[in-house]
Design a protein. Structure first.
Length: 182
């Protein structure tokens, strides 16, 4: 028993609390690193979701429109695109009121001379739908006509004690799809 207490006493005397000091210095840095990884992965997940929403919106807006609709085809395309964006956001449990127009808005040449450069659709949706726009240019001046859907979505990094802590970053989503003719 006397040997065991002497051994323990020597161990305690030999370390002199360096492990505790090292742990006190390293654990906060380790914790901040783990929290940073977590919140940046959440931002990456959100970016993937809103990009997918923009892709689905562009795909829905590029579909042929009905011939008996009461609104013009550009407005119907915008309605279809916004509904598809909102469906993806709702499915992902994101707030459909948070998207905002991108700043600056994408700049495209119009295919038909009508529309293409400004955002069309409901102003309350805050999703920029531009149609019909030239998606690619070649040297002859003609391009492929399509639709562009873009918006931004806010994300707040709740990192305490960091320079980016509690800052809101607007993540941008944009998708372009060729118009379907049939």
């Amino acid at each position: 028993m006397k040997v065991l207490s002497g051994t323990i006493r020597n161990l305690l005397r030999g370390t002199r609390g360096t492990e505790i000091a090292e742990a006190a210095a390293i654990l906060p840095l380790l914790f901040m690193t783990i929290m940073g990884i977590f919140w940046f992965s959440q931002a990456f997940r959100l970016y993937g979701t809103i990009t997918r929403a923009a892709q689905e919106g562009a795909r829905a807006g590029a579909q042929p429109n009905c011939s008996t609709c009461s609104v013009d085809s550009n407005t119907q395309q915008a309605i279809n695109a916004v509904n598809a964006v909102n469906a993806v956001l709702t499915t992902s449990k994101l707030d459909t009121t948070l998207p905002a127009y991108p700043n600056p808005r994408p700049s495209f040449n119009s295919c038909s001379g009508v529309g293409g450069t400004s955002c069309i659709g409901a102003a309350s949706a805050k999703v920029c739908v531009q149609a019909p726009v030239q998606l690619s240019n070649n040297f002859s001046g003609s391009g492929v006509c399509g639709i562009s859907v873009s918006f931004t979505y806010p994300f707040t990094f709740p990192l305490p004690f960091a320079s980016i802590g509690n800052r809101t970053v607007n993540l941008r989503a944009q998708a372009r799809v060729r118009m379907e003719t049939q």
